[in-house]
Ligand binder design. Structure first.
Ligand SMILES: [Zn+2]
Ligand SMILES: [Zn+2]
Ligand SMILES: [Zn+2]
Ligand SMILES: [Zn+2]
Length: 435
């Protein structure tokens, strides 16, 4: 519990439009009161000279409202008004392309065509023993020279993600093309293809065709793989009980995106600037899959709605433990006296008073005694948390210990485990995440 499982800087990240005034446009950190603005436009602000220079030397010249003449703002309004869409993806799409030169995408176009090339069999030949011989990976010039798909900021990792393009209906395809054409033309008029190629003509150059297909590919993939970047959003009176977590932007994290969904996940995350840090939110048992949550959480959304959401937005039928066993939502758990006890010896659940794994008989008195000790510790820790002067690191360490003990005794579907998990996330984000 509390171990770091993924630490990843994004391939691209973009702050929400309404937060641009007090967050850094490059690293997304809060920079209220100290900002360095772009010298040409009034929209972009940065937390430091380093962030300003990083933006200026990559994407900002093509995003600057001074050169786009505010057309990107109009396009966002069109998307918003006509589709009621989240425009976050479209802005992130543009950033992902604008921050690399056209030559980068030309050099690596093979990745977008066949990202799994490294693992595909050579000419379909099968070895005598039935295994498939692997091709040696092609060496490409990039930050991924090591062949590692999972370095922070990887484009190779980006192209290994799913786009589910088979599921697109004509309306979906129409909007993807509209968005790609709009972004392509914006890149062109801002000088991405060279200052001599700014004038729009009725045909596309070979460079523009490459970038057009890159835009379509990335947008298809972003819909299923982008993450909301979360941050602590406090009320100003400093009352710890009112701490909340809210979205400040969108980012693409190819390694994080590989974690499968569960409606009862076992990790939690916080963001350090735009870098995501994923930690175990409870004890993860040997052999158990590490899972993230793509939004529908069993404690707050009924099973049917969760499964419809996941089917519509992620194209799969959820078969997680919460869906298989139809866990109750928090409101019902609060009314229930039934606890999902785990065996003290082997952590498996009980059925008819016997452990499903080791067949040990349930000893309710012993379990209740153990739970009582944990409850007392949680109560004391909550008191510490609520007193303003208490050191949060101590609160967090106690919380980790309690959570560990609790999840070895009880399954995720009970009030105390749900509330403890929520508490843990709040303290973790406050302690280490963006403020
Ligand atoms: Zn910054
Ligand atoms: Zn600017
Ligand atoms: Zn599920
Ligand atoms: Zn057992």
């Amino acid at each position: 519990m509390g171990e770091t499982l993924v630490y990843e800087s994004p391939t691209g990240a973009k702050v929400k439009k309404d937060l641009e005034k007090d967050h850094c446009g490059n690293c997304l950190r809060m920079c209220e009161g100290f900002q360095i603005p772009c010298s040409r436009c009034s929209d972009s602000r940065f937390c430091s000279e380093e962030c300003l220079l990083e933006a200026e030397s990559s994407y900002h010249p093509y995003e600057c409202q001074h050169t786009t003449k505010n057309t990107t703002k109009y396009f966002e309004d069109v998307l918003n008004n006509m589709r009621g869409d989240s425009i976050g993806f479209h802005k992130l799409l543009y950033r992902l392309v604008a921050q690399r030169p056209v030559t980068f995408f030309q050099d690596h176009i093979s990745w977008s065509k066949n990202p799994d090339e490294k693992f595909s069999p050579e000419n379909g030949i099968i070895n005598k023993n039935g295994s498939k011989p692997f091709k040696l990976p092609k060496i490409s010039k990039d930050e991924d020279l090591s062949g590692n798909y999972f370095l922070g900021g990887s484009y190779r990792g980006l192209w290994s993600l799913v786009g589910h393009s088979d599921n697109d209906d004509p309306v979906g395809i129409f909007w993807i093309i509209i968005s790609a054409v709009f972004h392509l033309r914006t890149l062109q008029v801002t000088g991405y293809f060279g200052s001599e190629n700014k004038a729009i003509s009725s045909t596309l150059s070979p460079d523009q065709l490459v970038i057009g297909s890159v835009l379509v590919n990335i947008l298809q993939m972003l819909r299923y793989n982008a993450h909301s970047i979360l941050s602590q959003v406090d009320d100003k009176n400093g009352n710890r009980k009112s701490w909340k977590i809210g979205g400040i932007g969108n980012g693409l994290y190819p390694s994080l995106a590989l974690l499968n969904h569960s409606c009862a996940k076992n990790v939690t995350k916080y963001y350090d600037g735009s870098t995501v840090v994923v930690v175990a939110s409870r004890h993860i048992f040997k052999g158990e899959e590490v899972t993230d949550n793509y939004h529908p959480w069993f404690a707050q959304m009924p099973r049917k709605a969760r499964r419809e959401y996941l089917h519509q937005f992620y194209c799969f039928d959820c078969n997680c433990s919460a869906c298989k066993n139809d866990y109750s939502m928090l409101a019902e758990l609060k009314q229930s006296n039934i606890l999902p006890w785990r065996c003290i010896d082997c952590n498996e659940y009980f059925y008819n008073e016997y452990c499903l794994n080791c067949n040990m008989k349930l000893n309710v008195e012993e379990m209740i005694l153990k739970l009582g000790e944990i409850k007392t510790s949680i109560k004391e820790n909550t008191k510490k948390f609520e007193s303003k002067d208490e050191n949060l690191t101590g609160v967090y360490n106690d919380l980790c210990n309690n959570s560990d003990d609790l999840t070895k005794l009880l399954g995720p579907n009970c009030e105390i485990v749900v509330e403890n998990g929520d508490f843990l996330r709040t303290v973790l984000c406050k302690l280490y995440g963006n403020k």
